[in-house]
Ligand binder design. Structure first.
Ligand code: SF4
Length: 959
């Protein structure tokens, strides 16, 4: 048992919910001891301070760290880094599998050195939720969920076997199996405790030390948990691995933006409308890299589920967190979701003892920036067609879509004419696509099964991940018309919204009214309902709303991310062909949080985020160029126009049903003994042993080369000479552009590799699911079909101009980026990537950095970076450099034919110091420009010197 320190006399006691005394590190005592004005600090900073104080050991965390954070100033220059030791870690499977692969590779490396592989062991609890792998192959029938789950297990068996090996090999690594829910909703409803306890010795007596629940997760939307007053955010897998192995997560002391919420949402407004409004407002306020803390009477009145929807979208507004302080609403939520009464009392008592209970009023805390939003000003909103921060008021959607359609491509439009909007095209579809176009009677199980056994040859997918015989086999008209703005995917998806019963019930109520009025979903729309936990199905069944959703095609397709992560599944070939042939700007509507190009579906260019009830409404309308505030959504069975306002549920209707939604016993029952409830998972055999036996034939799990050359001493830091550009990119290149998660094209380097390994096209699965195999992932880096490399104007997809002598093409010829990188590697030429603003925006995807490193890229030079991607680059030993204000690839007239040197790099490298980029043009002309080294903290210098975080941590552990 660990002897607890008592720095500044802060080790104190409080009364737990079980009537016993428990120990804690007292923040009020820290203030009384004169260390700093703790009670005036933002709540989020105080929670991080608690971790810093508790983990102070004079080595990883020092007394100076405590003093510095206790004296956080709202407007200080940010130079200090905070060593933040988190209480636990959450993972999803796309990022979790590669992380486990790295841990397994570290064990193999340690074993090869003749040491004990058990030195590699997570030191904090790790929970992995398998949620990202389910795809919408089947939809619109009662059997869809089972069929998709079956397909998921078939596709991912190898990965799941590997996860089961991890469960037995590591003591603190737990897995929530497939078919249970989405990581952030499962975290909110089950994993999060709010306050944690561990055994300690107090005055030489055994006691329990209580501390704040804090975490990092390998998913950007980990911030959803901020809605429950828990500090946590998304990090790259590389940082999470370091965190697991006892390293603090380092962050530059943040500014904290206070957002005072006043008033209340008006009748008919949803938490999604609020989240989209705040996303737009906070993007404009430039909160990137900052904590955002909501407070005030409006925040106090929001239930935790609404707070969670807002907090979830922190990555979309660019903040590190979107934090709501702890108050009685949090206790209510914990109680309603089945946490024990004793635990809820301990939770409340702990935060009261810390002086952290209750929503702060205006003026109590001085924030770096103060903003305000009157909730009464929130209006019905959607966001799109390409970015989540581009909010559009619902009545303006038609106008905005038409404008975007006509805007030139260079201005981020679609480059069509107004006349194009008038054209429509016949899609020759034979029987069997959508029930909403057919009978209004519910589809019975037997009917559905009969349909599902129909041969379905013409509707096999032509896009996304192929699946033998997949796609729903349901009633479909013989032909339908498709045009710009046609809604082809309508998905109630994403933990952002499915964790919020009020918007899910609103969707069900809207479906009920629509069915009662005799409305039908447009037959071309692929509809799906994929909640983030089984609790949603329970309350939709309990309230009698699911049958109405079913009648509109919103049958359950699975419990997982599905469309939100781009696993929307295939569209019928006829529709794909029509889109391609006529270059149609088709639309998706979804209750997700991201809509970057090609994320939702490769052939759908306009993607709109909205609340679940609006998703149902647009599925009924079948198009996005409609003003739902004035135009009818359709005609009822009585032949009369039906408007959105006729279908929209009142606040009271939703509230009446909410009572049925949150039942503690349901949460307790559904979050018990996952294995017993999951026979498919149980049937998967689990390999055993401390060191993983790599199967070199596997196309899913391979030992990565990160430790192949590993030795006890790090290398040095030296200048980069004679580098070539692998790509020159514009603004807002996302991690999905760099390392796509979706489908693998047959003709791509990754596709060719898989074919060579004997994997048939229909078993390619996705990049996301193959992140345990570096061979696939390196080939897939920069392979997004929509990425535009300015070195090869007029092209789209992962190609570049190659000047390597080892390349078979003529100098400057256009080849796949992977092929060029390998040719450069052969001749020992280092590589650079040059980019615009917000490089690496989007999901926290460590393969975007790993793939970059494995291609041989030594440095990225960008105008600005997304926070996580920048740190991931450093974590993989890639140097992030930043152009000075006003300097871009365009002002420098770079065309990729140049060679580059990075000068000034050496052993004395300092965080954020200036370096020199020297470019030599094809005509021999030389130019030097200053750039900022975006290695931001001293520890990052160490990481860089060691070739990345993992070699750094491994050397520490071995020492
Ligand atoms: S549903 Fe979307 S936001 Fe939630 S974990 Fe999955 S991909 Fe991330």
């Amino acid at each position: 048992m660990k002897n607890a320190h008592n720095l500044f006399g802060t080790l104190q006691e409080f009364e737990t919910g079980e009537g016993r005394r428990g120990a804690f590190y007292s923040l009020p005592q820290l203030e009384q001891a004169g260390v700093g004005p703790v009670s005036r600090l933002p709540v989020s900073i105080r929670l991080v301070l608690e971790s810093v104080l508790r983990n102070c050991d004079g080595q990883r965390v020092t007394e100076q760290n405590v003093r510095a954070l206790a004296n956080w100033k709202p407007d200080a220059r940010r130079t200090e880094e905070i060593p933040f030791v988190v209480a636990r870690i959450v993972l999803q499977d796309f990022t979790g599998v590669p992380l486990l692969v790295d841990l397994a590779a570290m064990r193999s490396a340690v074993a090869r050195l003749g040491k004990n592989p058990k030195v590699i062991e997570p030191l904090v609890p790790v929970d992995l939720v398998v949620d990202h792998s389910v795809q919408v192959d089947y939809f619109g029938t009662p059997a869809s969920m089972e069929q998709n789950l079956e397909m998921e297990f078939r596709r991912n068996r190898e990965r799941y076997q590997f996860l089961k090996w991890g469960m037995q090999a590591f003591d603190t690594f737990k897995v929530v199996p497939p078919g249970i829910g989405i990581v952030h909703q499962v975290n909110l409803e089950y994993l999060a405790k709010g306050v944690l306890g561990c055994p300690c010795a107090l005055n030489s007596q055994p006691s329990t030390l209580y501390y704040a629940d804090t975490l990092v997760g390998t998913d950007s939307h980990t911030t959803m948990i901020n809605g429950l007053g828990i500090v946590g955010w998304g990090v790259g897998g590389i940082e999470a691995e370091a965190g697991m192995l006892g390293q603090p997560v380092y962050l530059l002391t943040p500014d904290v933006v206070g957002v005072c919420l006043t008033g209340a949402l008006r009748e008919g407004m949803t938490a999604t409308d609020l989240a989209l409004t705040l996303t737009q407002m906070l993007r404009k306020a430039k909160v990137v890299g900052k904590f955002v803390e909501f407070y005030g009477p409006g925040a106090a009145a929001l239930p935790v589920v609404d707070r969670a929807t807002v907090a979830n979208m922190a990555p979309e507004y660019g903040a590190t967190m979107g934090f709501f302080p702890i108050d009685a609403e949090c206790v209510n939520y914990l109680r309603a979701t089945g946490r024990s009464p004793e635990h809820c009392r301990t939770y409340e008592n702990y935060y009261r003892a810390q002086g952290l209970f209750g929503m702060p009023p205006k003026g109590q805390i001085k924030y770096s920036v103060e903003l305000e939003l009157d909730l009464a000003t929130v209006t019905p909103s959607v966001a799109g067609p390409k970015r989540p921060q581009d909010r559009i008021e619902l009545p303006n959607l038609k106008r905005e879509f038409v404008a975007a359609l006509a805007k030139p491509i260079a201005e981020n439009g679609f480059g069509k004419t107004a006349a194009d909007l008038e054209k429509s095209f016949v899609v020759g579809i034979h029987d069997g696509f959508h029930p909403g176009g057919g009978s209004q009677e519910p589809v019975s199980q037997s009917q559905a099964q009969a349909r599902d056994t129909n041969p379905f040859t013409e509707l096999e997918m032509a896009n996304n991940r192929p699946s033998p015989g997949a796609v729903s086999a349901r009633a479909i008209p013989s032909e339908a018309r498709i045009r710009h703005g046609s809604v082809l995917i309508a998905a109630i998806t994403s933990c952002t919204n499915t964790s919020n019963p009020s918007v899910m019930l609103a969707a069900g109520l809207l479906a009920k009214k629509a069915v009662e009025r005799g409305l039908r979903v447009n037959p071309l729309v692929k509809t799906s309902l994929a909640p983030g936990s089984r609790v949603v199905s329970d309350y939709l069944a309990r309230t009698g709303l699911q049958p109405y959703l079913d009648q509109l095609g919103f049958n359950l397709v699975g419990y997982g991310c599905t469309t939100c992560i781009g696993n929307s599944g295939p569209l019928p070939a006829a529709i794909d062909e029509a889109i391609g042939k006529h270059d149609l700007v088709a639309a998706s509507v979804l209750s997700g949080n991201r809509n970057f190009e090609a994320r939702i579906h490769q052939n759908i260019k306009a993607n709109f985020l909205m609340s679940p009830p609006l998703v149902v409404a647009f599925a009924l309308a079948g198009r996005v160029d409609i003003d739902l505030s004035r135009e009818p959504i359709g005609q009822g069975k009585d032949g009369r126009d039906v408007y959105l306002k006729d279908l929209w549920p009142s606040l009271q209707e939703v509230r009446d049903l909410l009572q049925a939604a949150l039942k503690p016993e349901v949460f307790r029952q559904l979050y018990r003994d996952f294995a017993a409830q999951n026979p498919k998972w149980n049937q998967i055999p689990a390999p055993t042993g401390e060191v993983y036996q790599w199967d070199t034939r596997s196309t899913y799990i391979q030992e990565p080369p990160f430790f192949a050359q590993f030795g006890p001493q790090p290398g040095g830091i030296g200048e980069i000479k004679g580098a070539r550009a692998l790509g020159i990119f514009g603004d807002s290149v996302t991690t999905d552009h760099i390392s796509p998660a979706g489908s693998i094209k047959q003709s791509s380097p990754a596709g060719k590799y898989l074919l060579e390994q004997g994997v048939p096209f229909e078993e390619f699965n996705s990049y996301g699911s193959r992140r345990g195999n570096d061979r696939v992932m390196t080939r897939g880096t920069f392979a997004n079909v929509r990425i535009k490399n300015l070195m090869a104007p007029g092209t789209e997809g992962g190609v570049t101009r190659c000047f390597a002598r080892a390349c078979p093409c003529p100098p400057g010829g256009v080849v796949p980026i992977y092929d060029a990188a390998m040719a450069y590697q052969k001749e020992g030429t280092p590589l650079l990537v040059i980019a615009g603003q917000e490089y690496g925006t989007g999901s926290s995807r460590d393969w975007a950095a790993k793939g970059t490193a494995l291609l041989g890229v030594k440095a990225v030079v960008a105008q600005s970076y997304e926070r996580i991607h920048r740190s991931n680059l450093v974590g993989m030993g890639v140097l992030p450099l930043q152009f000075k204000e006003g300097v871009t690839a365009q002002t420098l007239k770079l065309d990729g034919a140049e060679t580059y040197d990075v000068l000034g790099l050496g052993p004395g490298l300092k965080p954020q110091q200036d370096l020199t980029l020297r470019l030599t043009r094809a005509n021999g002309q030389m130019e030097t420009i200053p750039v900022t080294c975006r290695i931001d903290t001293p520890v990052e210098v160490d990481y860089y010197q060691h070739g990345g975080i993992l070699p750094f941590v491994l050397r520490q552990l071995l020492r």
